[in-house]
Every structure is written in C-alpha cells, then in structure tokens.
Design a protein. Sequence first.
Length: 314
Amino acid sequence: MITLSKHLFLSLSTAKNLSKNKGIKKFFEIFVIRFFYAFDFIRNFFNSKKKYDKEILSEKYFEENISTNQVLSDLNIFGYNNFLKLKEDYLTLIKEEISLKNSTISYKGKKSFENLQDHLSDESNLNNIFSKSLEKKISHVALDINLAKTSYIQELATSNFFMDLSKKYINNDRVSVSALCYISNPTQTSESEKKDNAQYFHYDNDFKKFFKVFIYLSDVSLAAGPHSFVSKTNSRKKFKHIVAERIDDKEINKFYNAEDIKIFDGKKGNIIIEDTFGLHKGTPPSKDSRIVLILIFGYDLGIGIYKNSLIKKI
C-alpha cells in the first residue's frame, strides 16, 4: 500500500509539473503514462507482441548486418541488443556534426550552466564542449540535439532500419524521434549529484512504448562509466520498484540475479538498443570520460519532455 501511494503521489506530481499551462487534457495524458503504464501487466497487455515476416537488414551504417526481426526478438525477450557497431567513417561524421549550431546545453551537477557557457562560442563543436566541461570539472553535460538541423544524425535516426524497428516494437503509426548527447566526466560527486546524473538504477516511463539507441562516441572502459541494464526488467520488475525513484546497487543485487545485470563497456561506435523501461543506469566514471549519443524512439510525443522531436508517420 505504501508503494502504491508513493507511486500515485509521484505520478500526480509529475503530471502537474509537466502539464503546467498545457491544460487538463495534457495532465491526464501524462498521468495515464506515468501511473498506469508503469505497471508491467498493463504495458505488456496494450503492447502485445506480433510476428513480422518482413525484415530490414542493417547494411549501410554498421560494420556487420543484423535484421530488425532479430533486434525485435532480443528487445522482447531480454530488453536489449548490443550486436551493432557503427562504421568508423560514419561515426566520425556524426561526431563532427554535433555542435552548438544544432544543439543546446543543459547540465546536471554542482557547476552552473553559465560557468561552461561563458567559455564557449555559438559554434563550439563537441570537442570544444567536452574539453571545457572536463577543464571545469563538470560531472555531466547534456546536449539536446535538434535533429532537423543535422544531416548525418537525422539520416541514421530515420533510416529504414530504425523506422522498421520502431514500427514493429512501438506498434504505432506515429513515432517521435529525438536525440541527446551526454558527456560524463570523472569528477568527485555527491550521492545526490549521482542521482541527478542518472548514475543510480532507475527506469524511464516517458511513452506508452519506446526504445533508445545508445551509441558510444568514445571508448568506454570500466573506468569510463559504462551503461548498465538489468535484463528482462522491461517486461517484469519487482513491484516495489514501480516507484520512480533512484535505486542503489545493493538493492539491485538483492532482488535481481547477478547474471542479468549487464555492463556494456566497449569501443567507440558500439551500439546498445534498449527498452529503458527496464532498470538501468550510467556508472559514474572513475578515470576516463564517456561520450554517448542517444536516439529516442517513442509512441507519439509521450509526456513531451524531449525537445525538437521529429514526428514520423510509418
């Protein structure tokens, strides 16, 4: 009863905050997603799995091929697929494309936004932003990318491969596509700051159905804060973890099998396709920085927290 009450309170609070000045209809849309679609059985019931014969291969952008049907199967069974790796030339094009000409900075942590912004120009690229964030010891920087102002990132995000996967997994004819870039640096942080930086386990609940694509733009060793995911928790998690709170490692190790806790270290270009309704986190970097591009594919606009989303009709 305590768990349910906390979940109800947080859902109402989130809906109220996000729907401010947007009307009662938006409030209920957000509340339905945050409260009802947090229950595994409701999400699984309304997102029934279908079988698809047609498949698209990942030919153009990736080092090796895999079909959308195989990724779909992995998402349904395990909640993730980490087979793909971006071709080196396309990875370079994507990294070079990210700049303040097509992105805006937000931040988390104790250093102010102005502290970083004052040392950058309107045309600063990803390397400039990363170097200054490291110099200023800012633990976490987020870049909200406007896909409409990009070429290579938009091409990848709206490719036949990801559009086909979206159609099959999200099961809706309107899909929103959004993009973020995260920089995480090895600086001293408080436990509160780690929670703000999404470096405690949690789950996302921003759409009725969605998945994310994590593309490492830097080599990510165990010392660089690799992404972690608890396998299968996108379809079933402990009831007490329905509450949208940060969960520490001790709690995760207590309730889930060690073999199901996946840690994705790897080289730049490595890709994780994941339903982050499952429990996941970014590990705090201890020695090296981590830079990752995140593509978000969601059922319509969801609760509307992502900026500059493209709406694609599939």
